[in-house]
Design a protein around this ligand. Structure first.
Ligand code: GUN
Length: 291
């Protein structure tokens, strides 16, 4: 059976480390880190994600502010709020939850965030600094995956990693991080997307697969070689006849892929939890950087 890359266990370990660091800061009279989250509208999944970010802040003793705006908020109103948070010395880091309503240009909002408070790592300055290997905020999902590979001591040097999906939030930064001369890193990376030909053949050559395309159960057993490491980034909500009214599915057909793997991350209980804890790690970095 494969090693299960247990995001729940790992995120709890890291939460405890953060909690201790915050407690030490408190004892030493240092500033308590403060994360703000802005949510525009009432999208179900986004509301769940933001609530879990705020809940985790509370669990580790971090200060948090949840700014929930009406779906009709205009771009200029949101820009004003971003500017106000940029100026607020008490807030060390903040995020604007994506996606935003269609009438708001996401790039304009991301570019308005002070890069020193951009704990999502979405600002072009942070993405550019990451590409150059300079200190930067690294987007929470790729950072969480790197932490997961590191803590589970997954060998990456010289391995062929296939990243499926080229989003700005996951696929693209992931491909950069794994190809860098670092540990984890030093992979030969192939990035695949909707126009890739022979996707199955490419996946079969992968020592490591990072599935981040957002299509439930897309990666099947016939696409995975024996002994591969599979990281599942997908979180799709599918309608279901249960109490919640939905089930969560990853991008990997876990039951048939897992027996072929050396290690695999489950959904739920994998990368998603690492993402939230990475956001807190970035906020810890922000409080050091900004004070
Ligand atoms: N939407 C999906 N993932 C994320 C994330 O990591 N940060 C923000 N702000 N929005 C998201």
């Amino acid at each position: 059976m494969p090693v299960i890359l247990d995001g729940k266990k790992l995120s709890q370990e890291i939460q405890l480390e953060i909690k201790h660091t915050i407690e030490e800061r408190r004892i030493n009279g240092k500033k308590i880190p403060h994360l703000a989250a802005v949510l525009v509208g009432n999208d179900g999944a986004s509301t769940t994600y933001v609530n879990s970010k705020i809940r985790l802040c509370k669990a580790v003793g971090m200060q948090s502010t949840f700014i929930h705006l009406d779906a009709s908020t205009t771009e200029s109103e949101l820009l004003k709020i971003v500017h106000d948070i940029n100026q607020n010395d008490d807030i060390d880091g903040f995020i604007v939850q994506l996606p935003l309503p269609k009438h708001i240009n996401e790039t304009n909002i991301i570019e308005a965030i002070n890069p020193k408070k951009d704990v999502d790592g979405f600002h072009p300055i942070n993405l550019g600094r990451m590409q150059l290997g300079l200190p930067a905020f690294i987007s929470a999902t790729p950072a969480g995956i790197v932490t997961m590979l590191e803590r589970y001591q997954i060998e990456t040097a010289g391995k062929h990693c296939v990243v499926i999906g080229r989003s700005n939030i996951v696929g693209t930064p992931m491909s950069i991080l794994l190809s860098r001369n670092t540990n984890p890193g030093n992979c030969t990376v192939t990035i695949c997307h909707s126009r890739t030909k022979n996707l199955k053949d490419i996946c079969l050559q992968a020592d490591i697969i990072v599935a981040a395309l957002g299509k439930p159960e897309f990666v099947t057993a016939d696409m995975v070689k024996e002994g591969a490491v599979v990281v599942d980034v997908g979180i799709s909500r599918l309608d279901a006849d249960n109490e919640k009214g939905y089930v969560i599915k990853g991008d990997v057909k876990f039951d048939e892929v897992a027996p072929k793997c050396a290690a695999i991350s489950p959904v739920p209980g994998g990368v998603g939890l690492m993402t939230v804890v990475s956001l807190l790690m970035n906020t810890m970095k922000a409080v050091e950087l900004n004070n």
